[in-house]
Design a binder for this molecule. Structure first.
Ligand SMILES: Cc1ncc(COP(=O)(O)O)c(C=O)c1O
Length: 378
């Protein structure tokens, strides 16, 4: 028998383990830690969503992988209402158990392997690379597609608004990605986790259609209404505070979604039925999203001023849940400086080799903790 191959050996060390000592230092602050290292929601789940969840808590049967017709219809309606995405068929919506699992599995689900190339942003959410490594594909970090030369990638990730930088890609940039992908036969996976959290730009068409706003890859202005080869990945974790529920969906090219559905059906990748009901309620209601957005907007203002007052420069960060901040020094030095004040941030080097002088500071803490951070920075 051949020796057992460790899949984890394909993967980098789990990055969060590397900030354990700095976390301990921040936790030793007499007034407690202000943990701004992770983008995890802290505000309660809206009562409307909780009621939907518990209303079906007695249902015993298996859920379907494709989700209920009500959930898929609610997703299509929400995308149209919130972001101006038209022409979607509810059959082309597929619920996922949080989008991280989809992203980590996508290259494999699409049948990619050693001969294939996956393109990820230069500074990126780490799971794009993880998914490629698990499938054994080649990976390249590139923001400009001209960097690829004659190569024909199989899968291109875009993430606008970006984690960690908060950068928003405009319509023209996204149009070029779509055109390039079509010429070379690539799939575009657009991670739109933060599309509903835009600050100095508009979000989709609903907020007034300002040029330069944060738009979906499926926006008619980006793809001319043709969803071929395009997948948009939407999470309810941040906009609806549903990270604990594990709730997201992928939507776009009907043929690609049908293929993902087929494989996921066999693999038992089903979103639990009560979560599907909760998602349906969340997607049907914009009021709770607006309330949450305003909470983050206020926290962002407090933190932004405090960081700038303390000599930080904040780049990008037009949207999303993070302030991409630098003191022009190695990020681990900045991390220590913050930890001495009881504040924990995420080091830029988690996100790519070009981000070593940045720290990512999340807006996801209570008003009281954000205020404490501001005072400590003053
Ligand atoms: C860019 C990006 N994509 C996807 C995810 C995963 O979100 P979830 O699995 O909660 O849907 C996150 C979470 O932080 C993220 O920042």
């Amino acid at each position: 028998m051949s020796p057992r191959r460790r899949v984890s050996a394909l993967l980098p060390d789990f990055p969060w383990d590397t900030i354990a000592s700095v976390k301990a230092k921040a936790a030793a602050h007499p007034d407690g830690i202000v943990d701004l290292s992770v983008g995890t929601p802290v505000d309660p789940v809206d009562p409307l969503i909780r009621a939907a969840l518990s209303s079906v808590a007695d249902v015993p049967g298996y859920p379907t992988t494709h989700g209920t017709p009500e959930l898929r219809a609610a997703a299509v309606d929400a995308l149209k209402r919130r972001y101006g995405i038209t022409g979607l068929d509810p059959a082309a919506v597929l619920p996922v158990i949080g989008t991280k699992e989809l992203i980590a599995g996508l290259p494999r689900l699409l049948g990619l392997g050693a001969d294939d190339l996956v393109v990820i942003p230069e500074v990126a959410y780490p799971t794009y690379e993880v998914g490629a490594l698990l499938a054994g594909t080649k990976v390249v970090r590139a923001d400009g597609l001209t960097q690829l030369g004659p190569q024909s990638p199989a899968l291109i990730y875009v993430n606008s608004p970006s984690n960690p930088t908060g950068k928003v890609l405009g319509v023209e940039h996204l149009r070029k990605v779509v055109q390039f992908a079509r010429e070379r036969g690539a799939v575009v996976a657009s991670d739109e986790c933060y599309l509903g959290l835009a600050w100095s730009v508009s979000s989709g068409r609903s907020a007034g259609s300002a040029p330069g706003g944060a738009v979906s890859i499926l926006d008619p202005e980006v793809c001319d209404g043709d969803h071929t080869g395009l997948l948009a990945v939407h999470s309810l974790s941040k906009t609806s505070n549903l990270a604990s529920y594990r709730a997201g969906f992928v939507v776009g090219d009907a043929e690609l979604v049908a293929e993902l559905l087929e494989v996921r059906k066999h693999s038992g990748m089903m979103v639990p039925f009560p979560i599907q009901a909760a998602m349906t309620a969340a997607l049907g209601d914009d009021a709770h999203e607006a309330v949450q957005r305003e909470r983050y907007r206020a926290r962002r203002e407090v933190l932004r001023k405090a960081l700038q007052g303390a000599g930080f420069r904040i780049d990008h960060s037009e949207a999303g849940l993070y302030l991409w901040s630098t003191r022009g020094e190695p990020c681990r030095t900045t991390l220590e400086w913050l930890a001495e004040r009881g504040i924990l941030a995420a080091p830029g080097d988690f996100y790519g080799p070009g981000a070593g002088e940045y720290v990512r500071i999340a807006l996801t803490a209570s008003d009281e903790r954000i205020e404490a951070a501001a005072q400590r920075l003053a």
